[in-house]
Design a protein. Structure first.
Length: 388
């Protein structure tokens, strides 16, 4: 891939939590981001207030993007069907009639997370996956264009000023039953991933039609110790399907970013080269994925990430954030083919002031060509030369 010269390093975040956006805008805002935003979407779909929420999300994301001077935005995909039942103030029951599967998602006020706490796969194990694979075998995915309403509004407002991302996933869920199946019943996992590929390709076509500039794809597949399933599983089950997705995106003229946390060095050659992906995001520095090392080994990759959102952005000082931002930009050399941002998202537990400190650092260090001596001195002054 040929990188173009830029006057400054672009800044991108795939998601900014609703509560963080509210503090920055000085009023209640809706972004559809973070556990709070996901819960808000669930509640709106359950209560029949989807359209008004989508309008607020589009307006607030547009205002936030312009206020912060971001160079890219990823409007949330807001479907038209939601929870079947509300179990209590924070818990929602979902049911998929096509696959005869169900799940319960719960918002945890203390951690601000919204996640699945129970499901048919957890209760039934491989039996649930067998049923899912059988039901999906001959079924074409249905993706309603209405789900891209928020993207339409954002594109209409600022589509000529910022890059628009369309989010989609394909991969093996990091959940016990799925991981067991990836080893014992790869046929079941392959069948479900085949359906995911069809859905992804249908969605990519819609994203292109509705103004997306690139695809944020991939899916979590690693922890700090490395991939959560064997390399052989990645090579035989995931990689060929990833290639298929990337090829379709390229047919549509859409660059494809693979997003995942964790240490992916054990599968780096296959993931970043054999697959044909254009970019790598959610670069997890705390798991050993240093931007400079990735750039050195895979110079054609677009990169996105930099500041650790699990620790530095949550617990660090403004100076800690400044140093990590400087190091990320220095390692991104030569300052092209790189999007500066957090290592994943601006989630609900990131203090707004820390996010603003990160953006302030981007303005200081981001102009191109980058001032390497200024970057190095900024790091050494506080952290010492051994950190370079």
């Amino acid at each position: 891939m040929r990188f173009l010269d830029v006057d400054r390093i672009p800044v991108f975040e795939q998601e900014i939590a609703t509560n963080v956006a509210s503090e920055i805008l000085g009023r209640q805002a809706e972004t559809g981001g973070g556990g709070i935003g996901w819960r808000d979407i669930a509640e709106a779909l359950y209560s029949g207030e989807r359209d008004s929420l989508v309008t607020r999300i589009a307006n607030d994301l547009t205002e936030l993007t312009l206020k912060l001077g971001l160079d890219g935005i990823c409007p949330p995909f807001v479907g038209t069907s939601g929870p079947k039942r509300k179990l209590d103030e924070n818990s929602y029951y979902y049911e998929d009639e096509d696959t005869e599967t169900w799940s319960v998602a719960k918002f945890q006020p203390d951690t601000k997370e919204y996640q699945v706490v129970d499901s048919s796969s957890r209760r039934e194990g491989l039996k649930a996956l067998e049923r899912m694979a059988e039901r999906l075998a001959d079924k074409d995915p249905e993706v309603e264009e209405e789900s891209l309403d928020a993207m339409d509004a954002v594109v209409d407002s600022i589509g000529d000023e910022v890059a628009i991302a369309g989010a989609s996933t394909m991969g093996i869920p990091i959940e016990a039953t799925w991981l067991v199946a990836s080893v014992r019943r790869p046929d079941l996992v392959s069948a479900v991933l085949d359906w995911q590929v069809k859905r992804h390709n249908s969605l990519a076509e819609l994203y292109r039609k509705h103004g997306a500039d690139f695809i944020l794809g991939g899916g979590d597949l690693a922890g700090r110790g490395g991939p959560v399933y064997p390399l052989s599983t990645f090579e035989s089950v995931v990689l060929p399907r990833l290639r298929s997705i990337v090829e379709r995106c390229h047919d549509l003229g859409l660059p494809y970013f693979f997003r995942t946390d964790g240490n992916v060095w054990p599968i780096a050659e296959q993931l970043f080269q054999s697959s044909g992906v254009d970019g790598y995001g959610e670069i997890d520095i705390s798991a050993g994925m240093r931007i400079g090392e990735v750039r050195a080994r895979f110079p054609r990759l677009l990169l996105w990430g930099g500041v650790d959102c699990a620790r530095t952005l949550v617990y660090g000082s403004e100076e800690d954030i400044r140093i990590e931002a400087a190091r990320s930009i220095l390692e991104s050399a030569p300052g092209r083919g790189y999007f500066f941002g957090s290592s994943n998202t601006i989630h609900p537990n990131v203090p707004a002031n820390n996010f603003l400190a990160m953006l302030k650092a981007a303005k200081e260090f981001g102009p191109c060509p980058i001032d390497r001596e200024h970057l190095r001195s900024s790091i050494v002054a506080r952290a010492g030369p051994s950190t370079l």
